[in-house]
Design a protein. Structure first.
Length: 276
């Protein structure tokens, strides 16, 4: 996967990452896919028709795996997309973190029971089955997982930075200074059992800290429709269990959606609001 390696212009000095962590220009950010490959294909088909798609970054907000019928196909579709469109990146969600920890792809301490968490609580059965192995057969999955998938899952960033936005799977803690949080997100502290920026369901309600310089774009918490407000854009409109998969075009604040049945896509302009 040569084209997915980060160019120096998109890296934080001293940081290694398998996908870009700093981006600029227009963006298309896609909500939690959760193995819903066909819905993702619909959105990619809509994006391909945009006149400025060659200039636009495609950001996946995390949680590509588990729950839906085809997590392996979703990850492979991301890999294929990278070969066709250079400006593509993928945030780590709590499901990718648990999967990577279970498979030993990240340097996490032994006291964190990623295996129990992922196999018992995360609807990971579909991930195992999509790679052709029985649920909970961790050793079998280690063998079945393609090397390019392993490389991606072992090194996904916890945030994507843009001059006008910050992309974090679950958001920021309003009670912790921004600079403290962005430092931890850049470093990816794997000693944390439940890093809140990937796990918390509260940040969507409270919004980022007052000193956060930009709106924060999140997934993680299912919402009935894309939400704009409280200096936050929330776009997980399926939770992996039904509904339309959403994509937000930035800075236009335009919402693209798949049809929940894989039929006719719809498009709607989201209402612009003040972030502050």
């Amino acid at each position: 996967m040569q084209r997915i390696i980060v160019r120096s212009a998109h890296k934080i000095p001293g940081e290694m990452a398998s996908v870009p962590t700093r981006i600029d220009g227009p963006v298309a950010v896609i909500g939690d896919v959760h193995g819903q490959t066909e819905l993702l294909r619909q959105l990619i088909g809509q994006l391909a028709k945009l006149p400025d798609i060659h200039k636009r970054w495609i950001v996946f907000i995390g949680d590509l795996v588990d729950r839906g019928p085809d997590p392996a196909g979703t990850v492979q579709l991301f890999c294929d997309l990278v070969q066709q469109h250079e400006k593509v990146t993928w945030l780590c969600g709590n499901h990718e973190l648990a999967m990577a920890g279970t498979l030993g792809l990240i340097n996490a301490p032994e006291y964190i029971d990623f295996r129990g968490r992922w196999t018992q609580h995360y609807d990971s059965e579909t991930t195992f089955e999509s790679y052709g192995v029985a649920p909970n057969d961790v050793e079998g999955l280690k063998t079945a997982l393609p090397e390019e998938h392993k490389r991606l899952l072992s090194d996904l960033p916890w945030r994507i930075e843009h001059r006008d936005y910050l992309f974090v799977h679950a958001g920021l803690d309003r009670n912790i200074p921004f600079e403290t949080q962005i430092r931890i997100l850049r470093e990816r502290d794997y000693s944390l059992s439940h890093p809140p920026w990937l796990y918390s369901k509260e940040f969507i309600l409270t919004g980022p800290p007052a000193d956060c310089p930009v709106p924060v774009v999140i997934g993680h918490v299912p919402v009935p429709e894309v939400q704009f407000g409280n200096r936050t854009i929330a776009l997980d409109t399926t939770g992996g269990v039904g509904g339309a998969l959403s994509c937000v075009l930035l800075p236009e604040n335009v919402v693209l959606q798949s049809d929940s049945t894989g039929a006719v896509p719809v498009q709607a302009r989201a209402k612009k609001r003040s972030w502050w």
